[in-house]
Design a protein around this ligand. Structure first.
Ligand SMILES: NC(=O)c1ccc[n+]([C@@H]2O[C@H](COP(=O)([O-])OP(=O)(O)OC[C@H]3O[C@@H](n4cnc5c(N)ncnc54)[C@H](OP(=O)(O)O)[C@@H]3O)[C@@H](O)[C@H]2O)c1
Length: 311
């Protein structure tokens, strides 16, 4: 079996992964596809070394948060042979860039008929995070103006649709390659940050969701309505702004999704089946081409998710 290992902050492919021990209320899954996302890149660069030390993480495989696959050793809820998808806890969970993992049942759901392994691997964390950000943290209501910064990326293509489905008036911000998809997915207005920097965007918004992780509250503030809410994708970088909330009318929302939610994943996958949501474009690489897959994360203009085919 193969796995991606981080050694001295570099990423390499090794043979000989040992069979994972299956814990209580866990199922063992043969991983079919696994996403690569910006957090994986941060992990490779050493950005999570301190947190991994604090949590006592010793496993050499440290990247991979989402996956799809087939249950090898199942439970009553997810019998052996079931096609499943899900994600793992960033610090406590097994990393999904391995060919076999044992995962808590609460973090997975069944892949509905008609959804492929590649699209299922790029969907769970992107969809759940976008939903939590807009519905629970920002509490978007129909008719509100919502700016999705980074609307063409892995989370953005889902976030635009979720805001649209709530009935919000959506503006999407991304580079030139992302303009068409943001429009097609339901943005009333699209803006190219290379032509129009954030500071020159016209109008104010009830909610600004920043999926580019490039802006702080000070940058976003002039774009917020008097009681507007800023939701940054990176709660660590924006912790001070979140702490200042009691003293301001314009708020910064804390977005951190790390709890499994089978019911929510099932509901979101159901929306794909009915056509209410699209998973968005998926770039697929064989595991041996993992370097090329990670390279896409550094390349502007990638639309949607990047996934590795693990078998
Ligand atoms: N808080 C949580 O619980 C949680 C959970 C999951 C993910 N995340 C975070 O969510 C973020 C988004 O992930 P992702 O997979 O969607 O990333 P991604 O695919 O890399 O997308 C980044 C987006 O930002 C745009 N962008 C880049 N520079 C920009 C700029 N200067 N101004 C405006 N837009 C810009 C990109 O457009 P171009 O390609 O055209 O440049 C792209 O649309 C990441 O930081 C990730 O770590 C947070």
């Amino acid at each position: 079996m193969k796995a991606l290992h981080t050694i001295n902050r570099a990423l390499s492919l090794v043979d000989g992964q040992t069979e994972p021990a299956r814990g209580a209320e866990e199922v063992t899954v043969r991983v079919h596809h696994a996403s690569v996302n910006p957090t994986d890149l941060d992990i490779v660069k050493g950005g999570f070394d301190l947190y991994f030390r604090l949590y006592g993480v010793k496993e050499p495989a440290r990247t991979g948060l989402e996956f799809s696959g087939v249950v090898l050793d199942g439970s009553a809820r997810f019998p052996t042979g079931t096609r499943v998808f899900g994600y793992t806890h960033l610090l406590k969970g097994p990393k999904t860039h391995q060919q076999v993992i044992s995962v808590p049942e609460g973090y997975i759901a069944k892949i509905p008929d008609g959804m492929g392994f590649a699209e299922a691997a790029g969907f769970p964390l992107a969809a759940q995070t976008s939903l939590v950000a807009l519905r629970d943290v920002a509490r978007v209501r129909p008719g509100q103006k919502v700016l999705i910064v980074g609307g063409s990326g892995g989370l953005g293509v889902i976030a635009i649709q979720i805001a649209r489905n709530i009935g919000a008036r959506v503006t999407g911000l991304a580079g030139p390659a992302g303009q068409d998809i943001m429009k097609a997915l339901g943005s009333e207005r699209v803006v190219d940050y290379r032509q129009t920097p954030l500071s020159e965007i016209e109008g104010v918004f009830d909610v600004v969701l920043d999926l580019s992780a490039r802006y702080g509250f000070r940058d976003i503030r002039p774009l917020l309505a008097p009681r507007g809410v800023f939701v940054p994708a990176d709660p660590v970088k924006t912790a001070l702004s979140i702490a200042a909330n009691p003293f301001r009318r314009q708020k910064t929302g804390k977005l951190y999704v790390d709890r499994g939610d089978t019911a929510l994943l099932t509901e979101l996958a159901g929306q794909v089946v009915t056509g209410a949501l699209e998973t968005g474009p998926v770039l697929e690489f064989p595991l041996d081409d993992y370097r090329a897959a990670f390279e896409t994360l550094k390349t502007p203009g990638r639309i949607g998710r990047t996934v590795l085919r693990m078998h």
